[in-house]
Write a new protein. Structure first.
Length: 211
């Protein structure tokens, strides 16, 4: 395989987190006496971090964004991994990469504490170095700070790295950093018209394409 480092998004790429995210958003909306939103609507808001998720979930209301974010994050932290599961074939794919000597990392717009908790509960935290969120990247995707940190900590050049994700922010950060990308069609996001080096519908599919 040509890649020495593969960097993964978390939500919608490694883990299906939509149920727990939707629950937290609707707990927040109920807190402010607002009607619940559908799962499909909330999923369409995911991909640019918690603040953007809450902002989009409170559009056309007069609720203070900071207040809404605090309620949503507290609700999410209480039930962070109830319905969340890893996508089929994900673990075996990751383990195969490690066995082959390929380095793997996580680059997500999810808050760091929550990212560490989810990866720990799903028993995959030990596989990745580093695990990068906005707090230790000092930016959100598609800004390149987190990607550059993944490359630097593994001493890998951009042409030997691949970004795997399910959202246009993943494709954009890869392009901005000069890294190839792979788009997961089974996730929660959208390409926003961008192209990627690989498009896959399952981890078995991606493994075959990369072999």
């Amino acid at each position: 395989m040509k890649y020495e480092l593969i960097v993964f998004d978390l939500d919608g790429t490694l883990a299906d987190t939509r149920g727990d995210l939707a629950n937290a958003v609707n707990v927040m909306r109920r807190h402010f006496s607002l009607e619940e939103l559908s799962l499909e609507t909330i999923v369409s808001f995911v991909g640019d971090g918690a603040t953007k998720l809450v902002e989009r979930s409170l559009v056309d209301t007069n609720i203070d964004l900071a207040d809404g974010l605090a309620v949503m994050l507290e609700a999410y932290s209480q039930d962070i991994c109830v319905d969340t599961v890893l996508y089929s074939g994900c673990v075996s794919f990751l383990e195969r990469l490690k066995e082959q000597g390929t380095k793997i990392a996580i680059l997500t717009n999810k808050p760091l504490e929550m990212t560490l908790e989810i990866t720990k509960l799903l028993k995959i935290d030990h596989l990745f170095n580093p695990i990068i969120s906005p707090e230790n990247a000092a930016c959100h995707k598609p800004e390149t700070g987190g990607m550059l940190k993944c490359l630097s900590e593994n001493n890998i050049s951009a042409d030997k790295a691949l970004m795997v994700g399910d959202h246009h922010t993943d494709l954009r950060v890869a392009a901005n950093a000069g890294v190839d990308s792979a788009f997961f069609t089974g996730g929660m996001g959208r390409t926003d018209g961008l192209t990627s080096a690989y498009t896959f519908e399952s981890y078995a599919d991606l493994a075959q394409q990369l072999s």
